[in-house]
Design a protein around this ligand. Structure first.
Ligand code: NAD
Length: 294
């Protein structure tokens, strides 16, 4: 079944996601504040609207892919133009609390709503191979699933509103902490005279095995496709890791959960993203750990 879809936020992720909805046969009307994003979207068959309200007007489904919770809440407050009963799908990564407020706003306006943040980055958005983590009631999840399936490979129902965002920040807290742990192990190995390859061969098949080591190895050599082999260009930006760890640390503090390693990882990534790590893949943090300057 195809839908008329309003898509707000056509950036690095939203642009290719909206293009995949067009490929799946949906009628997509999009809006972005940035002119270059609007132009790229038009080239992929998206009808470009003059405002977010216009993109949502009369849409059966309204997807948002925006930078922060503030952007999403502002957008939701202004989207009364959508048809009553429209399905609101927020794919941005935002705080669990903001996702719950957004859900209340949408429901109060007579809409259905899911939070559906993603994992898989820009390559996953382009290849329609994202994983969606969904917070919604059963009926809204069922309605959203086929739309999300056009943009991704896995759609996981994590629980009620906010549960998708909770899964996202918990997963990325594991990733941020494990990347630092893997990086520290390589730096310690170096000082003990251990080659990167030797440590990789042991840890990748032993109890140190994890995604940060085997898919996104922070040192060049052992995993040819990892960003370390191209001067840490591309990949998952350190700034986005800093953002996600900040959301996780805030959620832990608000829930009185100590999460000491998560909090420390948030501090290290915040400093790194603002300094040497600006514009680099998050695995580049190994370079500052080596110098002890993170
Ligand atoms: P981006 O900055 O490339 O895109 C965001 C877009 O939103 C921009 O084009 C911006 O102009 C637009 N925008 C901002 N306010 C707007 C408004 N009021 N109306 C219309 N457009 C508006 O960011 P991105 O990389 O696409 O990330 C989007 C979200 O996805 C973020 O929450 C991010 O944390 C999350 N995310 C990103 C990645 C990734 O690898 N890039 C991976 C997973 C999740």
């Amino acid at each position: 079944m195809t839908h008329s879809i309003g898509f707000i936020g056509l950036g690095n992720m939203g642009g290719p996601m909206a293009a995949n909805l067009v490929k799946a046969g949906h009628r997509v009307t999009g809006f972005d504040l940035a002119a270059d994003a609007r132009e790229r979207a038009a080239g992929h068959g998206i009808a470009v609207a003059a405002s977010a309200e216009q993109a949502a007007a009369g849409a059966e489904v309204v997807v948002t892919m925006l930078p922060t919770g503030r952007h999403v809440l502002d957008a939701y407050a202004g989207l009364t133009a959508a048809a009553r009963g429209a399905l609101f799908v927020d794919c941005s990564t935002i705080a669990v609390g903001d996702a719950r407020i957004a859900a209340d706003l949408a429901r109060t306006a007579g809409h259905r709503v899911v939070d559906a943040p993603v994992s898989g980055g820009v390559p996953g958005a382009e290849a329609a191979s994202l994983t969606f983590m969904v917070g919604a009631d059963d009926a809204d999840f069922t309605a959203a699933e086929p739309v999300l399936a056009a943009m991704g490979r896995r759609v996981v129902h994590c629980g009620a509103s906010g549960a998708g965002q909770a899964a996202k920040i918990c997963n990325n807290m594991i990733l941020g902490v494990s990347m630092i742990a893997v990086s520290e192990a390589f730096v310690l190995g170096e000082s003990l005279g251990l080659s990167h390859q030797a440590l990789f061969e042991v840890a990748s098949t032993a109890s140190g095995q994890c995604w940060a080591l085997t898919s996104n190895c922070p040192v060049p050599g052992p995993v040819p496709a990892s960003p370390a082999n191209r001067a840490y260009a591309g990949g998952f930006a350190a700034a986005l890791m800093a953002k996600d760890l900040g959301l996780a640390a805030d959620a832990a503090a608000a829930s009185a959960v100590p999460a000491e390693l998560g909090a420390r990882a948030a501090e290290l990534y915040a400093a790194f993203a603002e300094g040497a790590g600006a514009g680099l893949d998050f695995s580049a943090i190994v370079t500052t750990l080596r110098k002890g300057t993170a």
